[in-house]
Design a protein around this ligand. Structure first.
Ligand code: ASP
Length: 292
């Protein structure tokens, strides 16, 4: 059995790639990384990799992460400039250093030492991204977060984002933070988040979801429970919840997703389910605070 799930409609290409790799007995980590790289290179995806949202200085600073659910190792490259594929730097951190997280100039130097290709500013920063930046509006953020299962039962996670538009330089959101933006354990399940990173980090969404699946909850129920709990926790402590969305997969390759806002979509596919996009009905709507 193979299976793949990833945040947002734009990751249908990730699922197609994962299908290609996993249906030929490829491994979960290779499929997650290769699938995320496609989105990183797609200039039409405004919140990931090339063409991603710019920070307040008009610069592109990318975050990426991978986790191997079989070894429980993870790797992160955060706040990286001048590279198109933070997910690949993250994998190299995991596989070729005794560390898990490298940031900024250190991550860039390491990537160069590993022979990971740099990318020109003119390729990374698209006209569309410049136009959005010139409007100086905080208009968005989104992440690709992918979970994969291979026919041997190995599971992996990979995430990549440019983070919030107009972010303060140096800001890191949840996407490269283990337990918040991603978590996976072979034999149990995996989860990946998208939304306002500051809210996702303070409620540790991905680890919580995997733990619920550990105790037998379905991926759909785990996603809904975590999103609702995170939303209500923030409210209870006097905050105003922003966007929180999650995709989950269990060790059997079943998947699900939930959000506290309108418009969340995810892409998925498995041996038994052709790649497709799911429109999520919010479990609660942050803009009206009514249960969906
Ligand atoms: N969670 C990402 C961040 O805060 C953005 C997103 O997924 O919408 O950087």
């Amino acid at each position: 059995m193979w299976s793949a799930v990833a945040t947002w409609e734009f990751s249908l290409q990730t699922i197609e790639k994962a299908k290609e790799i996993l249906s030929q007995n490829g491994n979960a980590l290779d499929a997650a990384e290769a699938g995320v790289r496609l989105v990183e290179s797609d200039p039409n995806v405004e919140s990931v990799g090339r063409g991603g949202f710019l920070n307040a200085d008009g610069d592109l600073e990318l975050d990426g992460a991978v986790m191997d659910g079989t070894t429980m190792k993870f790797g992160v490259a955060a706040g990286v400039k001048g590279f198109e594929h933070p997910v690949t730097i993250a994998r190299a951190v995991m596989e070729h250093t005794p560390h898990a997280i490298l940031v900024g100039a250190g991550a860039e130097r390491f990537a160069r030492e590993m022979g990971i290709p740099e990318a020109d500013r003119s390729r990374l920063i698209t006209e569309q991204a410049k136009k959005v930046w010139e409007e100086k509006k905080k208009i968005g953020h989104d992440t690709i977060g992918a979970i994969t299962l291979d026919p041997l039962g190995n599971m992996a996670a990979a995430t990549s984002t440019s983070g919030a538009s107009m972010k303060t330089p140096g800001r890191v959101g949840d996407s490269p933070i283990i337990g918040s933006g991603f978590y996976v354990e072979t034999g149990v399940g995996g989860a990946a988040a998208t939304g306002w990173g500051e809210d996702i980090m303070r409620t540790c969404c991905s680890f919580r979801a995997v733990d619920l699946m550990r105790y037998g909850m379905s991926p759909q129920k785990a996603a809904e429970t975590v999103v609702l709990t995170a939303h209500e926790t923030i409210l209870r402590h006097g905050g105003k919840p922003d966007c929180i969305a999650l995709v989950c997969m269990n060790a059997e390759g079943e998947y699900g997703g939930a959000a506290n806002h309108q418009g969340f979509t995810y892409a998925c596919g498995s041996e038994n389910d052709a790649p497709h996009v799911v429109q999520v009905t919010p479990i609660i709507d942050k803009d009206s605070d009514t249960k969906g």
